[in-house]
Write a protein that binds this ligand. Structure first.
Ligand SMILES: Cc1cc2nc3c(=O)[nH]c(=O)nc-3n(C[C@H](O)[C@H](O)[C@H](O)COP(=O)(O)O)c2cc1C
Length: 218
């Protein structure tokens, strides 16, 4: 398809704002409580995976870099995801221990933006989570030098085969270079789309006196 035809198709895509409101009177004063409320609704009614979130980090040239990862746990401290500690994102997090995550739940036309500090979780927690993963995924984590340039697909398959042979009839241990991070929030924004783009946006910012909530213009 040429770009002209593609752009005609883009023009025809209709953005549908779902009915919904986010008012100060209903929103929780604690942003984690607000997150939990919306997350529960997304778990029930969202057709896409509500745990998928865009994680943005800062690269060596101070350029933002984004990719999707899965939210695996929410604690009172923050939001946990798992990855390869040698990946691009991990190297970026070594340099700048800050990140943003973004959840988009189209069935509600909602998004939640969260910024915060990021740190590795305890090794034991990563080991425990790794042990619950399917063996195929464990072998993949052992085999794949995530984000590195590789020659071809065959190289990857050969690496997996080598790991299968290495751990034959044995449990696959969590590699040292694989584990979780926690994003500890300093800022949240809850966005609920409304008619004529007059959306509701409530932001929570962590200050000396705890969370302060403000309304942002759409
Ligand atoms: C739906 C979806 C879920 C993903 N979940 C994860 C995840 O939980 N952890 C992860 O390391 N990569 C995950 N990925 C792959 C990442 O988007 C990315 O390709 C990979 O982590 C390498 O990123 P990096 O080179 O920026 O480090 C997922 C991709 C998709 C599309």
């Amino acid at each position: 398809m040429d770009l002209e035809s593609l752009n005609l198709k883009i023009k025809k895509v209709k953005y549908e704002a779902k009915e919904g409101e986010l008012n100060e009177i209903d929103a929780a004063s604690d942003p984690l409580e607000q997150f939990v409320g919306w997350f529960e609704e997304a778990l029930q009614h969202e057709s896409s995976d509500p745990t998928a979130m865009v994680l943005s980090t800062i690269d060596t040239a101070h350029c933002p870099d984004s990719r999707v990862v899965l939210l695996k746990e929410v604690t009172p401290q923050g939001f946990i995801f798992f990855t390869n500690y040698r990946s691009n994102k991990a190297q970026q997090l070594d340099m700048h221990q800050v990140a943003a995550i973004n959840f988009h739940w189209p069935n509600f036309t909602r998004q939640i933006r969260i910024k915060g500090r990021v740190q590795k979780i305890e090794r034991q927690k990563s080991d425990e989570y790794f042990a619950t993963r399917a063996r195929g995924m464990q072998l993949a984590a052992q085999s794949s030098p995530q984000s590195a340039v590789i020659a071809n697909r065959e190289e990857l398959d050969a690496r997996v085969q080598a790991m299968e042979a290495k751990f034959q009839d044995q449990p696959v241990p969590c590699p040292e270079h694989w584990g979780g991070y926690i994003l500890i929030p300093t800022e949240y924004e809850f966005f609920q789309s409304r008619k004529w783009r007059m959306h509701d946006r409530l932001a929570y910012r962590l200050g000396d006196k705890g969370w302060e909530r403000v309304r942002l213009a759409p």
